[in-house]
Design a binder for this molecule. Structure first.
Ligand code: FES
Length: 247
């Protein structure tokens, strides 16, 4: 079983590509996250039948759930419907700066983040989810320019944290002290396949598995809750994954 401290610390590598000159010289660098990337297993995203996930099957406006970097830690997969540009400069709660790598997939519109709220770690379960993606404005009649009227947010209705998936899950509103941790995605155009290859930003997986270990163990019917995802991970539509979307 992987020791999560080992996972979270020893495997850190610095991928600082923050020098603007370097990026200007090689625009491809923009697609790499700047900050601390935690490389985990390169894991192929598959559908519930075990087949390579077709990125085209990710309906715009719906949220999907997969488990990564551990077999028990939920993440969102979202097709925003248009390219999600890289470059958002973000900061973790303990002051580490990093740069978001943007969307992946054929239209660079697919993004992935930890689904564990950065406030009190509300997360999707099979029974209920208090955190989800909202593609439509939450208040279409609201004429203000706030997030209520713009949609395309990840919203946690436990205490009202709002994240912007177009900006690396930057906090727009509410008590969350940092963005959701980002999952780095690789897209292989030959195979038309998506792979999760690491996480970066404010990882809360160890704290999550410590505080919710019993619930997670019962829900997943396994004792090895810190087992790293390997080879493949199944992507579920949120509607299939959870019985009740609470907000
Ligand atoms: S747990 Fe999400 S806002 Fe508190």
């Amino acid at each position: 079983m992987a020791n999560s401290n080992t996972f979270d610390r020893r495997k850190f590598i610095k991928v600082c590509v923050g020098a603007g000159a370097a990026v200007a010289a090689n625009p491809a660098l923009v697609a790499e996250p700047a900050g601390e990337l935690i490389p985990a297993e390169r894991v192929r995203l598959v559908d519930p039948d075990g087949k390579t996930l077709d990125p085209g099957s990710l309906a715009i406006g719906e949220s999907f759930v997969f488990h990564y970097p551990y077999v028990t830690t939920p993440c969102f997969l979202i097709n925003l419907g248009s390219p999600a540009e890289p470059g958002a400069e973000l900061t973790t709660a303990d002051g580490r700066a990093y740069r978001w790598a943007g969307g992946a997939g054929p239209g660079r519109s697919i993004v992935a983040f930890s689904a564990i709220c950065a406030h009190r770690m509300s997360y999707p379960t099979r029974t209920v989810s208090f955190i989800d993606y909202r593609h439509q404005p939450m208040s279409p009649s609201n004429t203000s320019s706030g997030w209520w009227s713009r949609g395309q947010v990840i919203y946690c209705c436990s205490e009202g944290s709002v994240y912007d998936p177009r900006e690396g899950a930057r906090v727009l509103s509410g008590p969350a002290p940092q963005p959701l941790a980002a999952v780095h995605l690789d897209y292989d155009p030959d195979e038309q396949a998506l792979f999760a290859t690491g996480v970066y930003g404010g990882s809360m997986f160890e704290r999550f598995l410590t505080e919710f270990g019993l619930q997670v163990s019962l829900a997943h019917k396994r004792d090895d809750i810190r087992r790293e995802a390997r080879d493949t991970t199944v992507v579920w539509s949120m509607s299939e994954y959870t019985r009740t979307k609470a907000c």
